[in-house]
Design a protein around this ligand. Structure first.
Ligand code: GSH
Length: 210
Protein backbone atom coordinates (compact mmCIF):
# COMPACT_ATOMS: atom_id res chain seq x y z
CA UNK A 1 0.00 0.00 0.00
CA UNK A 2 1.42 3.46 -0.85
CA UNK A 3 2.75 5.33 2.18
CA UNK A 4 1.44 8.74 1.14
CA UNK A 5 -2.14 9.74 0.39
CA UNK A 6 -2.33 13.08 -1.41
CA UNK A 7 -5.83 14.44 -0.93
CA UNK A 8 -7.13 17.20 -3.19
CA UNK A 9 -9.64 17.92 -5.92
CA UNK A 10 -9.51 16.74 -9.52
CA UNK A 11 -7.04 19.46 -10.46
CA UNK A 12 -3.32 20.09 -10.58
CA UNK A 13 -3.71 23.21 -8.44
CA UNK A 14 -1.93 23.35 -5.13
CA UNK A 15 -1.33 19.60 -4.99
CA UNK A 16 0.72 19.27 -8.15
CA UNK A 17 4.16 20.27 -6.81
CA UNK A 18 3.85 17.47 -4.20
CA UNK A 19 2.69 14.99 -6.83
CA UNK A 20 5.69 16.03 -8.94
CA UNK A 21 8.12 15.50 -6.06
CA UNK A 22 6.76 12.01 -5.39
CA UNK A 23 6.82 11.22 -9.09
CA UNK A 24 10.39 12.49 -9.49
CA UNK A 25 11.37 10.30 -6.52
CA UNK A 26 9.67 7.29 -8.08
CA UNK A 27 7.52 6.91 -4.96
CA UNK A 28 4.04 5.52 -5.44
CA UNK A 29 1.25 7.51 -3.80
CA UNK A 30 -2.48 7.40 -3.48
CA UNK A 31 -3.88 10.25 -5.57
CA UNK A 32 -7.23 11.01 -3.99
CA UNK A 33 -9.39 13.53 -5.88
CA UNK A 34 -12.67 14.59 -4.27
CA UNK A 35 -15.59 15.98 -6.20
CA UNK A 36 -17.05 19.13 -4.60
CA UNK A 37 -19.97 17.07 -3.27
CA UNK A 38 -17.61 14.54 -1.67
CA UNK A 39 -15.58 17.39 -0.22
CA UNK A 40 -18.59 18.90 1.56
CA UNK A 41 -19.14 15.58 3.36
CA UNK A 42 -15.42 15.05 4.05
CA UNK A 43 -14.93 18.61 5.27
CA UNK A 44 -17.75 18.15 7.79
CA UNK A 45 -15.78 15.32 9.45
CA UNK A 46 -13.30 17.91 10.71
CA UNK A 47 -10.31 15.70 9.96
CA UNK A 48 -8.76 18.11 7.44
CA UNK A 49 -6.75 20.93 9.05
CA UNK A 50 -8.26 24.35 8.46
CA UNK A 51 -11.03 22.71 6.42
CA UNK A 52 -8.90 23.03 3.32
CA UNK A 53 -7.09 20.93 0.77
CA UNK A 54 -4.55 19.77 -0.19
CA UNK A 55 -3.77 17.54 2.75
CA UNK A 56 -1.51 14.56 2.85
CA UNK A 57 -1.86 11.55 5.11
CA UNK A 58 1.36 9.71 5.85
CA UNK A 59 1.51 6.84 8.34
CA UNK A 60 -1.73 8.06 9.91
CA UNK A 61 -0.47 11.64 10.29
CA UNK A 62 -2.35 14.38 8.46
CA UNK A 63 -0.34 17.26 7.03
CA UNK A 64 -1.78 20.38 5.47
CA UNK A 65 -0.68 23.54 3.63
CA UNK A 66 0.50 22.76 0.13
CA UNK A 67 3.99 24.21 0.46
CA UNK A 68 4.63 22.56 3.84
CA UNK A 69 3.65 19.23 2.31
CA UNK A 70 5.82 19.74 -0.77
CA UNK A 71 8.77 20.86 1.35
CA UNK A 72 8.38 17.86 3.66
CA UNK A 73 8.38 15.47 0.71
CA UNK A 74 11.32 17.29 -0.87
CA UNK A 75 13.26 16.88 2.38
CA UNK A 76 12.32 13.23 2.62
CA UNK A 77 13.31 12.35 -0.94
CA UNK A 78 16.27 14.64 -1.62
CA UNK A 79 14.71 17.49 -3.61
CA UNK A 80 14.91 20.26 -0.99
CA UNK A 81 18.50 21.42 -1.53
CA UNK A 82 21.60 19.99 0.10
CA UNK A 83 22.68 22.91 2.29
CA UNK A 84 20.70 25.52 4.22
CA UNK A 85 21.63 28.02 1.52
CA UNK A 86 20.31 25.76 -1.22
CA UNK A 87 17.16 25.15 0.82
CA UNK A 88 16.65 28.92 1.11
CA UNK A 89 17.03 29.26 -2.67
CA UNK A 90 14.46 26.51 -3.21
CA UNK A 91 12.10 28.40 -0.87
CA UNK A 92 12.70 31.63 -2.81
CA UNK A 93 11.51 29.98 -6.02
CA UNK A 94 8.55 28.33 -4.28
CA UNK A 95 7.42 31.60 -2.73
CA UNK A 96 7.88 33.37 -6.06
CA UNK A 97 5.64 30.78 -7.72
CA UNK A 98 3.08 31.28 -4.95
CA UNK A 99 3.07 35.03 -5.72
CA UNK A 100 2.38 34.27 -9.37
CA UNK A 101 -0.41 31.87 -8.42
CA UNK A 102 -2.01 34.39 -6.05
CA UNK A 103 -2.00 37.07 -8.75
CA UNK A 104 -3.70 34.68 -11.13
CA UNK A 105 -6.35 33.69 -8.56
CA UNK A 106 -7.13 37.40 -7.97
CA UNK A 107 -7.73 37.92 -11.68
CA UNK A 108 -9.87 34.78 -11.88
CA UNK A 109 -12.22 35.89 -9.11
CA UNK A 110 -12.49 39.57 -10.15
CA UNK A 111 -16.01 40.16 -11.46
CA UNK A 112 -15.58 43.75 -12.64
CA UNK A 113 -14.24 43.83 -16.22
CA UNK A 114 -12.31 47.09 -15.86
CA UNK A 115 -10.66 45.94 -12.63
CA UNK A 116 -9.89 42.57 -14.20
CA UNK A 117 -8.15 44.33 -17.12
CA UNK A 118 -6.14 46.49 -14.69
CA UNK A 119 -5.14 43.47 -12.60
CA UNK A 120 -4.10 41.65 -15.77
CA UNK A 121 -1.87 44.55 -16.87
CA UNK A 122 -0.24 44.65 -13.43
CA UNK A 123 0.12 40.88 -13.46
CA UNK A 124 1.82 40.84 -16.88
CA UNK A 125 4.40 43.32 -15.58
CA UNK A 126 4.96 41.22 -12.46
CA UNK A 127 5.42 38.08 -14.55
CA UNK A 128 8.01 39.82 -16.75
CA UNK A 129 10.01 41.03 -13.73
CA UNK A 130 9.77 37.62 -12.10
CA UNK A 131 10.85 35.66 -15.15
CA UNK A 132 13.78 38.01 -15.77
CA UNK A 133 14.96 37.41 -12.18
CA UNK A 134 14.54 33.66 -12.44
CA UNK A 135 16.35 33.60 -15.78
CA UNK A 136 19.25 35.39 -14.06
CA UNK A 137 19.13 33.04 -11.06
CA UNK A 138 19.29 30.06 -13.40
CA UNK A 139 22.07 31.55 -15.53
CA UNK A 140 24.07 32.40 -12.41
CA UNK A 141 23.92 28.74 -11.43
CA UNK A 142 26.79 27.47 -13.60
CA UNK A 143 25.58 28.99 -16.85
CA UNK A 144 21.95 27.91 -16.57
CA UNK A 145 22.01 24.65 -18.47
CA UNK A 146 21.23 22.60 -15.39
CA UNK A 147 18.68 23.38 -12.72
CA UNK A 148 17.68 26.41 -10.65
CA UNK A 149 19.44 25.33 -7.43
CA UNK A 150 22.52 23.17 -6.97
CA UNK A 151 23.40 20.57 -9.54
CA UNK A 152 20.25 18.50 -9.68
CA UNK A 153 16.51 18.83 -10.03
CA UNK A 154 14.82 20.20 -6.91
CA UNK A 155 11.48 21.39 -5.68
CA UNK A 156 12.45 24.79 -7.13
CA UNK A 157 12.34 23.41 -10.69
CA UNK A 158 9.22 21.36 -10.00
CA UNK A 159 7.38 24.36 -8.51
CA UNK A 160 8.43 26.50 -11.46
CA UNK A 161 7.29 23.85 -13.93
CA UNK A 162 3.96 23.52 -12.17
CA UNK A 163 3.33 27.28 -12.12
CA UNK A 164 4.34 27.67 -15.77
CA UNK A 165 1.71 25.10 -16.72
CA UNK A 166 -0.76 27.77 -15.57
CA UNK A 167 0.95 30.74 -17.17
CA UNK A 168 1.48 29.01 -20.50
CA UNK A 169 -1.99 27.56 -20.87
CA UNK A 170 -4.81 28.06 -18.46
CA UNK A 171 -8.37 29.27 -18.78
CA UNK A 172 -7.40 32.32 -16.68
CA UNK A 173 -4.42 33.66 -18.58
CA UNK A 174 -2.83 31.89 -21.45
CA UNK A 175 0.51 33.01 -22.89
CA UNK A 176 1.82 30.01 -24.81
CA UNK A 177 4.90 31.96 -25.99
CA UNK A 178 5.68 33.45 -22.59
CA UNK A 179 9.02 31.68 -22.19
CA UNK A 180 10.33 32.60 -25.66
CA UNK A 181 12.09 35.64 -24.18
CA UNK A 182 13.67 33.50 -21.44
CA UNK A 183 15.61 30.80 -23.28
CA UNK A 184 17.26 29.26 -20.23
CA UNK A 185 13.93 28.93 -18.41
CA UNK A 186 12.29 27.55 -21.54
CA UNK A 187 14.99 24.90 -21.84
CA UNK A 188 14.71 24.17 -18.11
CA UNK A 189 10.99 23.54 -18.44
CA UNK A 190 11.63 21.12 -21.30
CA UNK A 191 14.38 19.42 -19.28
CA UNK A 192 12.05 18.91 -16.31
CA UNK A 193 9.27 17.52 -18.52
CA UNK A 194 11.74 15.09 -20.09
CA UNK A 195 12.97 13.57 -16.82
CA UNK A 196 11.79 9.97 -17.20
CA UNK A 197 9.80 9.83 -13.93
CA UNK A 198 8.22 13.21 -14.60
CA UNK A 199 7.43 12.36 -18.24
CA UNK A 200 5.72 9.17 -17.03
CA UNK A 201 3.63 11.13 -14.51
CA UNK A 202 2.66 13.81 -17.06
CA UNK A 203 1.47 11.04 -19.36
CA UNK A 204 -0.40 9.13 -16.66
CA UNK A 205 -2.03 11.89 -14.58
CA UNK A 206 -5.66 12.82 -15.16
CA UNK A 207 -5.90 15.63 -17.73
CA UNK A 208 -7.51 18.61 -16.05
CA UNK A 209 -8.12 22.25 -16.95
CA UNK A 210 -6.64 23.64 -13.73
N1 GSH B 1 -2.62 28.04 1.94
C1 GSH B 1 -3.35 26.85 1.60
C2 GSH B 1 -4.54 27.24 0.74
C3 GSH B 1 -5.46 26.05 0.55
C4 GSH B 1 -6.67 26.39 -0.27
O1 GSH B 1 -6.94 27.57 -0.59
N2 GSH B 1 -7.41 25.33 -0.61
C5 GSH B 1 -8.60 25.47 -1.38
C6 GSH B 1 -8.42 24.77 -2.75
S1 GSH B 1 -6.99 25.36 -3.62
C7 GSH B 1 -9.74 24.74 -0.68
O2 GSH B 1 -9.51 23.81 0.09
N3 GSH B 1 -10.98 25.13 -0.98
C8 GSH B 1 -12.14 24.42 -0.51
C9 GSH B 1 -12.64 24.91 0.81
O3 GSH B 1 -12.07 25.87 1.37
O4 GSH B 1 -13.64 24.33 1.27
C10 GSH B 1 -2.42 25.86 0.86
O5 GSH B 1 -1.47 26.32 0.21
O6 GSH B 1 -2.62 24.65 0.96
Amino acid sequence: MPKHRIIYFNARGRAEPSRLVLSAAGVEFEDIRFTSEEWETEKATGKYHFGQLPCMETDGVMLSQSRAIARYLANEYGFAGRTNLEKAKVDIVMDTCEDLLQGMIKIHFEKDDAKKAELTTQYDKKVATTLASLEKMLTDNNGGDGFLVGDGVSLADLSFYSQMEYNLSSPILSSPNLLDSYPKLKALNARVAALPNIAAWLEKRPKTEF
